[in-house]
Design a protein. Structure first.
Ligand code: PLP
Length: 281
């Protein structure tokens, strides 16, 4: 199995990046994770649009056209089988250490494919635990930046407390998870945070909102106050690799009756239907 690095396909142990790469030194880069279901890149155009947004936010040019990206992904995926995911990252490139952007620098482009690790079935059947914690990240969480120190600290804090995810709270409002978006269900309505600088615009989040609108399920994009979280009937997390998972315990207390709810069952069935239709083409 090979990785892509700056125009070459190489075995991972032959792919070398300079210690002066600004990704390594400053976390100066952005990334994407694209799920591949039934051999097809799921919501590819959405992921490439978000990549464009991340790159322009950090003032980098996209090094590849959509067609070129597609060719790279196709070659990486050919070696694998079953459901996979693509990881790609673009850093500003290699230069002597200086915060200011160096002139005429070439970006470092890296991508690989790996098998998709689905959540264990009991996570879907019973839901997962989460803890709430202060959102200590910066004010541009809409950029899919490789600098994930805060996210890593927050996720580990959740793990240390026996939970699967940290639900992040800024000024009394739920922003998102450490690596997921958050939905609540109250009296048959979905609520999720509106897009803005404090959340990553999740591709799965957008799909859930889209499905809700298409199927007449009420869905609001409004600030989720912490009291709304604690009184919710259901809470879910969404991400490309975790899909839609019920959160059934928050800070040690049950959500609703402590079991995955009927709205989750409905939305997950609609999501799987959408995915199957996509796989069939
Ligand atoms: N929010 C954060 C901070 C993330 O890292 C992720 C990705 O894993 C998400 C949300 C979910 O985004 P997506 O549905 O595009 O995977």
């Amino acid at each position: 199995t090979q990785v892509y690095l700056n125009g070459e396909f190489l075995p991972p142990d032959q792919a070398r990046v300079s210690v002066f790469d600004r990704g390594f030194i400053f976390g100066d880069g952005v990334y994407e994770v694209i799920p591949v279901f039934g051999g097809r890149l799921f919501r590819l155009s959405h992921h490439l649009a978000r990549l464009d947004a991340s790159l322009s936010a950090i003032r980098l040019r996209n090094p590849h056209t959509p067609m070129e990206w597609n060719d790279i992904f196709t070659r990486l995926l050919a070696a694998g089988s079953g459901d996979q995911s693509i990881y790609l990252q673009v850093t500003r490139g290699v230069a002597p250490r200086d915060h200011a952007f160096p002139p005429n620098i070439t970006p470092t482009v890296f991508a690989y494919a790996q098998p998709l690790k689905y959540s264990p079935p009991e996570h879907l059947a019973q839901g997962v635990a989460a803890v709430t914690t202060a959102d200590i990240r910066w004010q541009r969480c809409d950029i899919k930046a490789i600098a994930l120190l805060a996210n890593a600290l927050l996720r580990q804090q959740a793990i240390d407390q026996g939970a699967a995810e940290a639900i992040l709270v800024r000024d009394g409002v739920v922003t998102e998870g450490a690596a997921s978006n958050i939905f609540i269900v109250k009296n048959g309505r979905l609520v999720t945070a509106p897009k803005g600088p404090f959340i990553l615009p999740g591709i799965t989040r957008d799909l859930v909102v889209e499905i809700a609108h298409a199927k007449g399920i009420p869905c609001d994009e409004l600030p989720v106050k912490i009291e709304m979280l604690s009184s919710a009937d259901e809470v879910w997390l969404t991400s490309s690799t975790k899909e839609i998972l019920p959160i059934t315990r928050i800070d040690g207390k049950p959500v609703g009756d402590g079991k995955p709810g009927p709205m989750h069952a409905k939305m997950f069935a609609l999501y799987k239907e959408y995915k199957q239709a996509f796989i069939r083409g």
